[in-house]
Design a protein around this ligand. Structure first.
Ligand code: F6P
Length: 338
């Protein structure tokens, strides 16, 4: 008599900065696993769940009414222990002890480095799903969470624009993105920012020249017709950040500047349709990849097609902000050009 194959055991965790749509991905993975009769375990608080053997079963009942929720029901964390051999070995021994056949990690580049470390010591399958607001992973046009984050930032900046307009005031708004300008540039264009200071168009060594340019631009604008002036700044770029840029404009240009560091508001909130749908497609594709015995890859979507990219290639930061967008802002719409 033929022996029945044991159902595969899947482990799932969310790691690093949470991103809206992570719950939609957890739901899709759980439902697809149930459909294919696989068992799914959710590990809590990122890689800490592996290190501390903190996990629970994920069944369809556990994922009802979560598709619209921000955050992650599995919780997330950054896990410094995964930078150490001891931490990696603890994570691996949990996977072995619990007979996990495949691990899915939803996160960004730091989380994928964790998977690469596990790969050296474990025979199971490893699948990554791009979950970060920063959109800074290669192998996918968009990461889960990016669309919601830019919509959140746009809504916030539209409100800032109202008060800035009422006072004909200058505002500096600093946006997240870690070391990439996808959020800053897209939001800056969508909010008709007069200035976008991002990795694509600014060299921190050219600070003084940029200050002079902005001050002259604001003066010119006053001569024409006063209105608000919005500067969108990518985080981790201008030395000292938005506060330092605002202070320099006050000191050198005698300009009244409002400052807003938008911060973690960009990570929260109900995911927009685009993130829910992307997360659902990628979650189902992750289970299909496991069934077809793939490993060491991230599931992404490029030009509306599901893609498999080796994890090592996803973290090289080759995906740039769309050139057309940069050129529209820098060349075509540039205020000083008119
Ligand atoms: O990677 C997501 C992100 O929100 C970045 O945009 C930001 O630089 C970072 O995480 C902030 O991390 P933390 O919440 O740990 O301060």
């Amino acid at each position: 008599m033929a022996t029945r194959e044991k159902p595969l055991k899947i482990g799932l965790l969310t790691s690093g900065g949470d991103a809206p749509g992570m719950n939609a991905a957890i739901r899709a993975i759980t439902l697809a696993a149930a459909h294919h009769k696989l068992t799914c375990y959710g590990f809590h608080h990122g890689y800490n769940g592996l290190i501390n053997q903190d996990y629970g079963i994920l069944a369809p009942d556990n994922v009802t009414n979560i598709i619209h929720q921000g955050g992650t029901i599995l919780k997330s964390a950054r896990c410094p222990e995964m930078m150490t051999q001891t931490g990696i070995k603890q994570a691996v021994s949990c996977l072995i002890k619990e007979n996990i056949d495949a691990l899915i990690v939803i996160g960004g580049d730091g989380s994928f480095n964790g998977m690469l470390a596990i790969q050296d010591h474990w025979q199971g399958k490893l699948i990554g799903l791009p979950g970060t607001i920063d959109n800074d992973l290669d192998g996918t046009d968009f990461t889960i969470g990016f669309s919601t984050a830019i919509n959140t930032a746009i809504n916030a900046i539209d409100k800032i624009r109202d008060t800035a307009d009422a006072f004909d005031r200058v505002f500096v708004v600093e946006l997240m993105g870690r070391h990439s300008g996808h959020i800053a540039f897209n939001v800056g264009v969508a909010c008709a920012a007069e200035q976008i200071i991002s990795f694509e168009n600014f060299d921190p060594l050219a600070q003084e020249a940029k200050l002079a340019e902005i001050i002259a631009d604001i003066e010119q604008q006053k001569l024409n017709k006063a209105h608000s002036y919005l500067i969108v700044l990518a985080e981790n770029l201008w030395p000292g950040g938005a506060h330092s840029l605002g202070e320099a404009l006050k000191q050198q240009g005698n300009i009244d500047v409002g400052i807003c560091v938008l911060g973690h508001i960009q990570r929260g909130g109900s995911p927009v349709a685009k993130d829910r749908i992307l997360a659902t497609k990628l979650g189902v594709a992750a289970i299909e990849a496991i069934i077809t015995k793939k490993s060491g890859i991230m599931i992404g979507e490029c030009e509306s097609k599901i893609t498999h990219t080796p994890l090592t290639k996803t973290i090289q930061h080759q995906k740039m902000v769309n050139d057309d967008l940069v050129s529209i802002h820098e060349d075509i719409f540039k205020i000083g050009n008119h």
